[in-house]
Structure formats: C-alpha cells, structure tokens
Design a protein around this ligand. Structure first.
Ligand code: BES
Ligand code: MN
Ligand code: ZN
Length: 502
C-alpha cells in the first residue's frame, strides 16, 4: 500500500472518509461532501445511535450524486479530547475496515478542528502511521490463496491543507514503522529458517543504512570467555553468534561513562525447547519468538539509522538455540561467565539470563555505556503478573525507569515497574557456585530473573524489560495485526528522541 498526501479535494471515485464531531457536527470536508451527495451525510448521522463519538462510523455505499464506491463517516468525538494515540488507532481501524472492500483508492479528508490541540498536518501524519502499522502482513509462506486473500487497497491518500508538511512529518514516522516491520518479520520467521547465523545475517543488512555490524563467532566467544552463553548453545548443532551493531549518529567519537553511548541488549534464543529441562509439547511452537528481545534491538537500530537519529547507540544481541542435543548442558553443570562469576545451572530452561549475563557484561566492559537497557522474553511469570497489557520493567535507576515509563505511555507501549532488592537477590545463593540460575522458592520468578541479570551490570544505569507477554499477540490490535507486535521499538525510539538526542 502506498500512503500519499494531497491538497484538500473530494475524490471523484473510490472511497472517501470524512469526519463528524460529537453532537453530529460535520467537519468542513464532511459539509462539502454532503452537498455533492445531496445531504446524505447530514441525514445519516441522525439515524440510529451514531453521535459522532470517537470510534463510531457509518458506511454509505454508492451515494447518489457521485461516482464514489463508498463514503465513510468517521466519528471524531470532541476535538479538544483528541490525542495522537487516538489518531493512530483511528488510522489503523480505517485501514482494517477498507483494505479488503474492493476499493483500490481510499481518501481521508483531514480538517483543522477548532479546539483540537493537534494540527491537521500532525493528525494526518499520526493517522498515516497507524494505518501503516496495521497494514503489516507475514504471508510469504502462503502459496494457496483464495480470491479474497490479498488487500485491494493500493493507495491511501490524506487530503488536507499543508499536505507537503504532513508528508515530511510522516517521513521519520515511516522509518520507525520500517523498524517495527523488521522486528515483526524476524519474530514471525519459524526456527527452521531463522537460527543464529541467519539472524546475524539479517542484522548485517543494517550495514546499508550506515550501521557498523560485527558478528562474533564461537571461536571469538570462546576466547572472550562467554561460558554462560556458550553453555546454552552447546546442545544445538546451530552455532551461537553475538552481533554488535553501532550507530554513530553524533559523528563524534563516543567516550566512556556519562559520555558513553547508550546501549540496547537483546535475548535472541531462536528456539527454546527448554534444553534437557525440556518444556511440555503444548504451546512450544511459541518459543520461535524467544528471540523477540533481539528482534526489538535490531528493529530499533534500523529505526534509529533510518531516521538518522542524533545519538550514539550500541545494540548487542546474543543468538543461540536452546536444544537438548547430546552435547547439551545438564542440570547441575557449573559454567563460568565472562565476568568470572560461576553459575550452577539448575534448570536449563532458565537460559535467557545465561545468555544476557555474558552480553551485558561484555557490553559494559567494552563500551562503558551511559546506560543499558535489555529486552528479553525472559519469564512466563511476567505473564502471570501483567498479562499482555504491560511489560515488566526492572531498574537500578529511578530516573531511567521514569523516562522509560513516560516513553511507553507516549506510544501506548506500556510498562509497569517491578521491584528489585537484596531479599530477592539472596534467593540465588548456590552451595557450589557463585549463584544458581533459578531461585529455590516458587514465587517472584520474574524478579529473581532480573536480580540474576543485575549481577552482571555493575554500577551502570540499567533497565530490564521482560517482554514475554508483549512480543506476540493472539488478537488484532488497532495498530498491529495478530502475530509479532514489534512491541518496544517505538517506545525505545521515543526514549532516545526525548532523552538522548541533541
Ligand atoms: N523463554 C522462556 C520464557 C517465556 C515463557 C517466554 C512463555 C514467553 C512465553 C524462558 O526461557 C523460560 O523458559 N523461563 C522459565 C524460567 C524458569 C525455568 C525459572 C519459565 O518462565 O518457566
Ligand atoms: Mn527457557
Ligand atoms: Zn527462553
């Protein structure tokens, strides 16, 4: 689908959408179209329960007086209450309702509304973002298609005063959507196709956008001493990889600590069988998206580079497959992490933290970042706590935690802060090594996992996002069809824009 911006006009064919505000108040373009189609809109808005509330709509097929396929009257609610998130959802909903109707062209008339805090230019750009995000499809493996399979919609045009400005306001949003789509693609691929080497090759494609991409192989990881990460990988014939991506948007040499780059770290378990502590069969297919954290980091780097963010950012992903092969690590094995700390692996299914332990330490040592945020589909327990509404946020830094929360609220990717503390930390005490990889007790599984990670971040400001409930959605959302959500890309892009870009 092409998204276009054009001057105010009422299309002569295809589908036209116009807005009506609360109390049946027609927008300027609704009034203009109403004249052409002989008062059909002003009559229709008074039929039934339509009040012009946000989310309501009326469809008028083949209205007399025009060659239009359809007119859609969209409720906008009270202009002063309209937010950019509402507009993104609206754009997504309009896309979903028109994409398969048969119309090739759909035009949305956007007006400056009195009392609305958002200009028509920004309204159009936000709706365009919502529509684009909703238009994602992962259909490359479907070869047998019925006649209604493909969308008919070819061009979605926003008609407004200041269309050139709307087009340029959309440019960076479109780049962010490119990042989200990349993440969704990676998360959707099955594990027979996408394994560590393949995911590394996908990350390498960011080179074209000016990202420096290094791929570390098993020999290099062994030399670095990443015993925790390699222990997870050793049960699979697919060799591990660690990918380091660097975006130098300031064009200056980055320093260390406060002057260091910002860093994003992702869990990339391309399939998690649980290893020798094997998972039950039911639902195990979900574990193809256990590389979701790495998918977000790669998609985020694409978004930052795509919109040429003025920031120095490092992305590091640890890529392994957790399999119960004949060389797999066993419960009770003791591994030595790159940090030197030893870990008793009591459950091979608590593998994400083992992977992250080494790359968090590596990132901290090599880059001395200003802050680090890791993302991981780390625990089933976070789903018990927060469901699929919010990700779990853990942090050793209140300011960072607040900024992440705010960025999330701004883009409707919600997080909820969870606790850390010595009382949880001590649950990881082992009798035979520096720590064990699961706690003895039954409760607080997401907290003890985060506590484990904290042992590898030193004093660097750090946040951990447990996204196990957010990476995949079983139902359609206004701006994301069911499947891989790309959750996290927009939040972290926003965090970068609001807090770290100068
Ligand atoms: N990848 C899983 C967590 C997960 C579960 C993600 C469900 C998405 C949906 C992780 O590696 C895991 O297996 N965690 C265990 C930890 C336990 C063994 C301490 C879990 O949550 O059961
Ligand atoms: Mn696991
Ligand atoms: Zn896992």
């Amino acid at each position: 689908m092409k998204i276009a911006f054009a001057n105010p006009a009422i299309a002569k064919s295809g589908t036209v959408c116009v807005g009506v505000m609360s109390g049946h108040k027609l927008t300027a373009s609704a009034k203009a179209l109403d004249k052409v189609i002989k008062g059909a809109i002003s009559r229709a808005v008074k039929v039934g329960r339509f009040e012009g509330k946000m989310g309501q709509s009326i469809t008028l097929p083949a209205p007399a007086g025009s060659n239009l396929d359809t007119v859609i009257v969209i409720g906008m609610g009270e202009p002063k209450k309209i937010t950019s998130l509402m507009l993104q959802d609206l754009g997504g909903r309009i896309f979903a309702s028109v994409s398969k109707t048969g119309s090739k062209a759909v035009s949305i008339c956007v007006d400056d509304l009195k009392g609305c805090k958002i200009s028509a230019v920004d309204c159009a750009a936000e709706m365009a973002l919502g529509a684009r995000l909703r238009s994602y499809r992962f259909v490359k493996y479907i070869t047998v298609k019925d006649k209604d399979f493909d969308p008919t919609l070819k061009t979605l045009t926003f008609n407004l005063d200041g269309s050139a400005k709307a087009r340029s306001a959309f440019v960076s949003k479109d780049k962010i959507a490119d990042g989200v789509f990349f993440t969704r693609d990676l998360v959707s691929e099955p594990a027979n196709i996408l394994y560590p080497e393949v995911l590394a090759a996908e990350a390498k494609k960011l080179t074209k956008l000016g990202v420096k991409v290094e791929v570390l192989d098993v020999k290099q990881l062994t030399k670095l001493g990443m015993g925790a990460l390699l222990g997870v990988a050793q049960g699979s014939i697919r060799p591990a990889r660690v990918v380091v991506m660097r975006w130098n948007g300031t064009k200056k040499k980055s320093g260390k600590g406060k002057d260091g780059p910002i860093a994003f770290i992702g869990k990339g378990v391309t399939f998690d069988t649980g290893g020798i502590s094997i998972k039950p069969a039911g639902g195990m297919e979900d574990m193809k998206w256990d590389m979701g954290g790495s998918g977000v980091v790669i998609g985020l780097m694409k978004a930052l580079a795509g919109r040429k963010a003025k920031v120095d950012a490092v992305g590091i992903v640890g890529l392994v497959e957790n399999m119960p092969g004949s060389n797999a690590q066993r419960p009770g094995d003791i591994v030595t992490s790159m940090s030197g700390q030893t870990i008793e692996v009591l459950n091979t299914d608590a593998e994400g933290r083992l992977v992250l332990a080494d790359i968090l330490h590596y990132c901290n040592e090599r880059f001395k970042p200003r802050m680090m945020i890791d993302l991981a589909t780390l625990t089933g327990a976070i789903l018990v706590a927060l469901g699929d509404e919010k990700a779990g946020l853990f942090s050793n830094n209140d300011d960072l935690a607040k900024s992440i929360y705010r960025a999330g609220e701004n883009v409707a990717e919600h997080v909820w802060r969870m606790p850390l503390g010595e009382e949880y930390n001590k649950m990881l005490k082992s009798d035979v090594a520096d720590m064990k990889n699961i706690s003895g007790g039954r409760g607080a599984g997401s907290v003890t996992a985060a506590q484990f990670l904290q042992r590898f971040v030193g004093d660097t400001p750090w946040a951990h996002l447990d996204i196990a409930g957010m990476t995949w959605s079983k139902k359609d959302k206004p701006t994301a069809p069911k499947g891989g959500t790309g959750y996290g890309v927009r939040m972290l892009d926003r965090l970068v824009a609001d807090k770290y870009e100068k």
